[in-house]
Design a binder for this molecule. Structure first.
Ligand SMILES: Nc1ncnc2c1ncn2[C@@H]1O[C@H](COP(=O)(O)OP(=O)(O)O)[C@@H](O)[C@H]1O
Ligand SMILES: [Mg+2]
Length: 227
């Protein structure tokens, strides 16, 4: 049965500028349930990253409430939000996503160590997840020694290793060629699960269309398209 993962009620987001304030989101209501793979499109500067940051509890709305699994976070401390993120929310960025002084294996191991795994069991699980993304032969490479596509495979493994309820991806294939973008997207969609929601921002129409449904941001409003 699907569960509510994200709910936004009457969310507005304003940035206060020196000359002029800008309103990025206007009274947005949104619900995303487990089992859903959802794309987020919109022109550059329309507020895709802003929305993902609000959902990730990394930023606060100007007004309105963000719920994660039916809990409101408007009055939560940073520590409470950090904990939820560490255990339940993973984020994949376009690039510079990995810690460059660490190997692929170490990058994937770190979220487990942060969640209380001991080194040996963390390494064992990280190796298994890197094999799921077809990187068994690159465990000890530093991220700078990997191709863009391989780096994003590590980022996917790192996002999935904590078995989160929510994965947010901010243009995860934005710097990759078409074939590699398709591969990374297929990998991400492989980790779709009935217990999890995946929301990804993209400029790529082909990939946006592969979602269960699409959300589009324009002029501060979000509309849903089912085709
Ligand atoms: N911290 C900030 N202060 C002021 N303006 C910001 C801030 N963050 C983003 N913006 C502005 O908000 C708009 C939306 O940005 P963003 O969410 O990054 O768009 P997108 O990801 O869709 O390209 C942009 O015009 C950007 O300049
Ligand atoms: Mg962005």
């Amino acid at each position: 049965m699907s569960k509510e993962i994200i709910k936004l009620t009457k969310i507005s987001k304003k940035f206060f500028g020196t000359y002029k304030d800008i309103i990025i989101l206007k009274n947005v209501n949104l619900k995303i349930n487990s089992g859903e793979l959802v794309s987020l499109t919109g022109p550059s500067g329309s507020g895709k990253s802003t929305l993902l940051h609000l959902i990730a509890l990394l930023d606060q709305p100007t007004s309105g409430e963000v719920f994660f699994k039916k809990k409101s976070f408007s009055k939560s401390t940073d520590d409470e939000k950090d904990l939820i993120r560490r255990q339940n929310i993973s984020i994949i960025y376009q690039q510079n996503n990995l810690l460059s002084d660490f190997t692929a294996l170490e990058n994937v191991t770190i979220p487990l160590l942060a969640n209380g795994y001991n080194w040996k069991s963390a390494v064992k699980k990280a190796s298994k997840f890197l094999s799921l993304v077809d990187l068994s032969r690159r465990l000890h490479h530093f991220s700078t020694e990997l191709s863009g596509g391989e780096q994003q495979r590590v980022a996917v493994a790192r996002a999935i290793i904590t078995e989160p309820d929510l994965i947010l991806a901010d243009e995860p294939t934005g710097s990759l060629d078409r074939k590699t973008s398709n591969q990374i997207f297929s990998l991400l969609s492989k980790f779709k699960s009935k217990n999890r929601a995946i929301l990804y921002a993209t400029h790529n129409r082909e990939l946006a269309n592969r979602a269960d449904y699409k959300l589009n941001i324009l002029d501060g409003n979000i509309t849903r398209k089912n085709e």
